[in-house]
Design a protein around this ligand. Sequence first.
Ligand code: KIV
Length: 274
Amino acid sequence: MAALNTAAIRAMKGKEKISMLTAYDYTSAVLFDRAGVDMLLVGDSLGMVMHGRPDTVSVTLDEMILHTRAVVAGTERAMVVSDLPFMTYERSVDNALKNAARLVQKSGVRAVKLEGPHYEQVKALTAAGIPVVGHIGLTPQRAAEFGGFKVQGRTTEAALDLLEQARRLQDAGCFSIVIECVPSALGEMITEALEIPTIGIGAGPGCDGQVLVMHDMLGLFDRFVPKFVKRFAELGQEFQNVAAEYSREVKNGVFPGPEHCFSMAPEELEKLKK
Ligand code: KIV
């Protein structure tokens, strides 16, 4: 099965919607890849859903490398993209190049995502052969600056600013852009203005593709559920029920049953007992 690359993802614009999910480990990568999800994002949201932190700013490059390597190992067809975490690219182009190179070389990922209007970094990374996905609108690494997780681009001025950012990220070399938490009309307007695909999360159905955090989509995370999330299953409840049943069976001596146990030759057992 051929792996999807940047050209294949770009070619989907206007022809086929792009499905993207976050993944943080080998097993979920295998399952999502088999399910035909086009892109797997090792998002720095892993700080919240895998490590229980309040936000994404404390996620380190080493943590991204560890999780990304696992996702890459489980993926055959999907295009894997990994987030550059907070403060690994904003300070300078050199910093971005050094950290992106480390992420790519240590994890095996081929493309990275960075948040915000960092055009020079995008230019340098793409020139160095590292494909980049942009991310505009609500950029969680800067949520404190926005006063929390709030819808962006609701005024004409803010919407025009996001449109301009999208155009400039495209010109800088991004092969796709994630648009997070903006009015649907703006998501559609940006999508129509660009030649590269947009992937929306809370940006309406007009985007070229959609992304969700896997724990939200599977119903595994309920610390907060944003309006844009559709819970396609309630696996959290299912996990809990199954774990409770396991615990009951252990306590009642029902598990393990004979079918889960190993035997030894009776004569060996006799010798052992002597
Ligand atoms: O970190 C992440 O999971 C993301 C998505 C929300 C797009 O950036």
